[in-house]
Write a protein that binds this ligand. Structure first.
Ligand code: ZN
Ligand code: ZN
Length: 350
């Protein structure tokens, strides 16, 4: 089968590899749709700390598929051939405090598709038993399309980020980074009852997408300083929640300036490994009683919440999709992702 692979040390490749086999355990999925994540692009560029030298993996962790073969555990869990399922991509050890509090995305020894296990950028995916045992495999209702279901994982990360930010009714929310994650934050913040949403970014096409999705104000901080515009837009009161959905240090610093007293900052986007930590204004946090948090990934519970949101129709996942490629055209899809030319999510379909 055709697959997009990454080998630690020798890099990215589109290649023909043997199809995975079940050998009695797990479930075999025919990938019907998958999407390319910033994390896939990061791995292609920089590798991943979890990979050993010479280790090869199939990339991709945002996926849905149809069960084409069900092992014993899958059948015992009520799954059958022909069923459409979504899969939360991370599993944990099951024994540590993070796992036991239902947050396997913070497990020290987590495993994930497209990082430590073969992922979804291929025609077939083997889902090991541990995914069935930890509840990661979920049947999809007809109201969630194949394309939409690939976005449940990124949506689960946004659910995690907004829960940690304690987003509340009436909040003024500022989001830095109008990429796909930023646009998902915008939609969920609206559902949380935000009274005003301000999007800050450096590309006019993406800022326009944010305005189309319901942002009240869009600021291009490559052209004008964001802080003074935010001050003006919030009538001098500042923001209640700031979400950093981009990978640059300047917005992190600016956030402490624009937050109102009791404001909350979510450092959702990480900085490139090895970059110097920004000189954080700790006095701003002290005098304004700020809450500073950061999140990574989403738990299985967050994925389930994302599925409920998508099924309810209250989140419009289709609006996030920017381009579609057949899964056989993996090279073209990755070319588009690596050159960052598409506004919106790149989705692969069978
Ligand atoms: Zn992702
Ligand atoms: Zn664990």
């Amino acid at each position: 089968m055709i697959a997009a692979t990454y080998t630690q040390g020798s890099g990215f490749k589109i290649e023909d590899i043997p199809s995975p086999e079940l050998n009695g355990g797990g479930a075999l999925l025919a990938i019907r749709a998958a999407s390319i994540c910033g994390t896939d692009v990061k791995i292609v560029r920089n590798g991943h700390r979890k990979l050993r030298a010479g280790q090869r993996i199939v990339l991709g962790h945002e996926l849905m598929g149809e069960i084409v073969e069900a092992g014993k555990c899958a059948r015992a869990s009520g799954f059958a051939v022909g069923q459409r399922v979504g899969v939360a991509p991370n599993t944990g050890c099951g024994r540590c405090p993070a796992c036991q509090s239902g947050r396997s995305n913070y497990c020290e020894s987590y495993e994930a598709f497209g990082i430590t296990r073969d992922g979804s950028h291929a025609e077939l995916l083997r889902v090991p038993d541990v995914y069935l045992q930890q509840g990661n495999v979920m049947p999809l209702p007809d109201s969630v399309s194949d394309r939409e279901a690939t976005l449940l994982e990124p949506l689960s990360c946004v659910v995690n980020g907004l829960r940690a930010s304690k987003a509340d009714v009436g909040d003024r929310v500022v989001i830095y980074g109008p990429g796909t994650m930023g646009l998902l934050f915008l939609q969920v913040a609206r559902l949380c009852g935000a009274s005003q949403i301000i999007m800050v970014g450096r590309r006019d096409d993406r800022l326009q997408a944010a305005l189309n999705a319901g942002a009240d104000v869009a600021i291009n901080n490559a052209v004008e300083p964001a802080a003074s515009r935010i001050d003006e837009a919030t009538l001098g009161e500042g923001a209640d929640v700031v979400i950093i959905a981009c990978a640059s240090p300047e917005p992190q610093l600016e956030a402490t300036e624009i937050l109102a007293p009791f404001g909350r900052l979510c450092l959702f986007g990480s900085l490139p490994r090895g970059s110097a930590p920004p000189p954080f204004d700790t006095n701003a946090a002290h005098y304004k009683n700020l809450l500073i948090t950061g999140t990574t990934g989403g738990s299985v519970g967050d994925y389930r919440a994302a599925l409920r949101l998508a099924a309810s129709g209250r989140i419009r996942l289709e609006s996030i999709i920017g381009a579609e490629f057949p899964i056989t055209k993996l090279q073209s899809a990755y070319d588009a992702a690596l050159s960052d030319t598409v506004t919106g999510k790149i989705v692969l379909v069978r």
